[in-house]
Write a protein that binds this ligand. Sequence first.
Ligand code: NI
Length: 222
Amino acid sequence: MPGLVSDDPETLRPMKRSVQRIAFYLGVALLIGAGFMAGRDMLSRAGWQAALPLSRTEGTASIGGPFTLVDHTGKTVTETDFRDRFMLIYFGFTYCPDACPTALTAMAEALDIIGPAANRIVPVFISVDPERDTPEQLNMYVRHFHPSLIGLTGSAEQVAAAAKTFRVYYAKVKEEGSDDDDYAMDHTSIVYLMGPDGKFRTHFSGHATSPETMAAGILGVL
Ligand code: NI
């Protein structure tokens, strides 16, 4: 391999260039690799964080707790009003175009599949949009889904406290220049099943669980 030891600039230059090229590609490959690893790490961390509140080993005991809210008839209720019955709980808002109707429909159909045993379960929809979701608004809304569905709302503070005990995230999403009452709510989409003792039993993805799967999951812990 004469090129390797030659001092002849004509043969050295192409060698140098190819070494530079290899170094360049190696650098690019390393950058892509590093980016991939960082992305994967971020994803797994996000997955871990999302799963953390529902971890069976440490988080379950702290999901749910005392709350004071107002039901769709205007009556003030607390968690003790639901003792001795299972609660199937979903947080959302009545103006929600997709996730909430999907989740509430799945809950309603799951209860229908379960049949008479569903009498032991109270389906509950808790609004994260108390500004627009008055008891009257909830009253019109819940009847579309299931005769036993209870709608809960309250003051901004009451709703925030209830969401906190269930580790539910929500935030107003408003486009610049739109009217004050024209906005959406970003929110956690999880259906919680709480036991008659008020303690967490299991959960389902609100918008990605079929009624059959939800019914089976509920029957498994009923
Ligand atoms: Ni929603």
